[in-house]
Each structure stands twice: as structure tokens, then as C-alpha cells.
Design a protein. Structure first.
Length: 377
């Protein structure tokens, strides 16, 4: 996706890498499928800087229709978040989701995939101000170029899009399992998710709270209970899609008190939105059950000013807080970072946003673990 930078002002000192490579985590041979393909595996490419300043690597997990290239460069040729963290002393693992990119998906062996959607890509990611499907879209200014087909930066981004599984429950389950296998292999890590993979991050932290040293959720899949349909004015929003029986997703999470056999979580909708231009979200009915494993993990949710997530990511934070999970919720405009959309890691000020993440991580994992605790599983 990235092209060679043309401007001298964009050049940086050499990035000194001590070790790089790739690995596969999770998966199995499935002999019930013709050809006996390997299924359920996750590709991870890694880089370890010569000077390591953080005891934990950052594992970056991309969202829907994307691959790990979201983090390794930008459409206009700048370095990505992977290089940003590497230059600051973090080891970095960038994955391709299961059944995506270099995590092979033979003969639809893990389910059907969706078609390309040029119009949706423009409306949601690169040129939302022209579609005006949510109130904040008009504030989008940070995409490099016009954001429309034919612009070289848009075309570079659109070339990177990749078919995704259509079944979200399957995606959540198989990516949780593979990411857990990755952490079991590499040890404790900081997990960074974006969009669709936000649901995976909660599942990964629930399954391995001792190995997830911090969870950074960049506009995580949401809001809770129902997805939001973007309708434009005057109504703007409506619930859509399958009900999420576990609040944050379609796959079970650990609740306390635990759900009994055939028991379901009870949800209630907010009487009114928190502010104009926001959705009326869904929360647990009181008394709310806790999420004890997620409560053990430092958590950050970041939302951009002009993204469609600006209308509802606060509800995800409310849901977690109601379940006694401590979460830092940051609207970028509140800290002076304006005009970003959903693909903020690719936009013109991507390094500025990465700096916010890195500063938060330093505080969240400030205490360096002992050798014993680092090797513990």
C-alpha cells in the first residue's frame, strides 16, 4: 500500500532492527474438507528493535476488509504505526486475521466472504463528508487526497482491501482462538485492535487476562447489543443486525454472576442519548453483571472526531464501566486532534495519534515485570 516517500522532510534516521520474521499461531489440518487444508491459523510478522525500551511487544490486529498493511505504511507513502512503535523501542507483531491476507483460506473452508463495496469504502472511510450519513461526518479533513476513486491515495488504499468472512460469530471465535495461541507462544503483550477486531480484543483479554498487559481499542466494533445503521438526516441512526447475546459480541464472555444454562443477559436502552448527534445505546439492566477478567486489564478506547464511531463508542465505554471495568475513553478532539475518520492510522496526522497511544502505554505498563513474571503463562 505504501509508496516511497518523495520529500526530504519525510526522511528519518535508519530504523535499526535486531530481529525480524514471521510465524503462524493456532489452527489445524481439517481432513473433513477436500484437500485437507490448514484452517484457523493466524499469520504474524514481527520486528524487534535493537534498543528495546518496553518489556512487552505490541500486537496489532486490523479490522474488517483490511489486512496488516493498515499498520505498516500509509496510502501516501509515510511510515505506519508499526514503525512508529518500533522507533520508540517496542517490539511489534502485525497480524493478518484468520482467513484473511497471508492466513490462507482455501476453498471457503472457514465460511463465505463478502464482495467488494467501493461506495461503502468511500462513504465510511475516506470521503464521509460527501455522504453525510452521520452528524460528525462533515468534520472529516485528515484523509490524504480527495478520498474518491481515481485519487492515487484512495486507489492505493482500495487496492489493499481484502474479502472478509460474512459470519461475524465465526470471525470472533476463530480469531480469538488464534490470537490466544499467539500470546501463548510469544508471552505477555499489549494488544491493539481496530474496528471489527475490537470484539476480538475483549475476548482475548477475557481468555488470557494475565497475558494481555494492556488493551488499546481503536474504535472497537460496536456499540453493544446491536450494530448501528447510518441513515442520514433527520433520524440518523437505527439498530441493525443480529442481537449480541454477550453484550460486546456474539461469543461468550466471562460474567459474574455467571449465566446459567439457557439464561440470557438482560439489556435496556438509554432513555435518551448522552448528547445531540449520539445514539441511544444499550446497556445491561441493573443489577449489572461484572466482567471480572476484563477488569484485570488496563484498557483504552480511542474515537476520532469525524468517524461514524463518534456517535456510539462512548456507549461501549459505559457498558464496560457498568461491568466494573476501568477504561480510559479518549475523544481525539478533546485533546486537540481534529478531523480524523475511522481509518485514523492511515491519515495525515497518524503519528500524532500514535503518540497518544504510546504515552498511554508508558503509564499503563510503567512497572517493569520481573523475569519470573515475564515467563509466567
Amino acid at each position: 500500500m505504501a509508496r516511497k516517500a518523495k520529500h526530504a522532510k519525510d526522511t528519518k534516521p535508519p530504523l535499526v532492527i535486531a530481529q525480524s520474521g514471521h510465524l503462524y499461531a493456532g489452527g489445524r489440518i481439517d481432513r473433513s474438507i477436500e484437500g485437507s487444508p490448514f484452517v484457523g491459523q493466524m499469520y504474524a510478522e514481527f520486528w524487534i528493535p535493537k534498543t528495546l525500551r518496553c518489556p512487552y511487544p505490541v500486537v496489532m490486529i486490523h479490522g474488517n476488509w483490511q489486512t496488516g498493511t493498515n499498520f505498516t505504511g500509509t496510502p501516501d507513502g509515510r511510515e505506519g504505526w508499526a514503525q512508529y512503535f518500533l522507533r520508540r523501542g517496542f517490539a511489534v507483531y502485525v497480524v493478518d486475521q484468520v482467513a484473511r491476507g497471508r492466513s490462507a483460506h482455501f476453498s471457503m473452508s472457514q465460511g463465505s466472504v463478502g464482495p467488494a463495496d467501493l461506495a461503502r469504502t468511500e462513504r465510511r472511510f475516506t470521503a464521509p463528508k460527501h455522504a453525510g450519513l452521520w452528524p460528525q461526518a462533515k468534520r472529516h479533513t485528515q484523509w490524504p487526497g480527495t478520498g474518491k476513486a481515481g485519487d492515487r491515495n484512495f486507489d492505493a488504499f482500495y487496492a489493499s482491501q481484502f474479502p472478509s468472512l460474512t459470519d461475524n460469530e465465526t470471525s470472533q471465535r476463530i480469531n480469538r482462538d488464534a490470537a490466544v495461541a499467539l500470546l501463548d507462544k510469544i508471552g505477555p503483550a499489549i494488544v491493539l485492535t481496530h474496528s471489527q477486531s475490537g470484539a476480538y480484543g475483549f475476548l482475548i483479554a477475557d481468555a488470557r487476562p494475565k497475558l494481555v498487559k494492556a488493551l488499546i481499542s481503536i474504535e472497537p466494533n460496536g456499540p453493544p447489543v446491536y450494530e448501528t445503521d447510518l441513515k442520514g438526516p433527520p433520524d440518523w441512526f437505527a439498530d441493525t443486525g443480529k442481537r449480541k447475546p454477550y453484550g460486546l459480541g456474539l461469543v461468550p464472555l466471562t460474567y459474574d454472576p455467571p449465566l446459567k444454562a439457557e439464561e440470557e443477559l438482560a439489556f435496556v436502552r438509554q432513555d435518551k442519548p448522552d448528547a445531540p448527534g449520539l445514539v441511544r445505546g444499550w446497556l445491561q439492566a441493573e443489577p449489572a453483571r461484572k466482567l471480572p477478567n476484563l477488569a484485570k486489564v488496563p484498557m483504552l478506547i480511542v474515537v476520532a472526531e469525524a468517524s461514524y464511531h463518534a456517535a456510539f463508542d462512548h456507549v461501549t465505554a459505559h457498558y464496560l464501566e457498568q461491568a466494573v471495568v476501568s477504561v480510559t475513553f479518549v475523544r481525539l478532539e478533546d485533546i486537540g486532534i481534529r478531523g480524523n475518520g475511522h481509518m485514523m492510522m492511515l491519515e495525515k496526522n497518524s503519528d500524532q495519534i500514535a503518540g497518544v497511544l504510546a504515552d498511554w502505554v508508558k503509564k499503563a505498563v510503567a512497572k517493569k515485570p520481573s523475569r519470573k513474571s515475564r515467563s509466567k503463562r
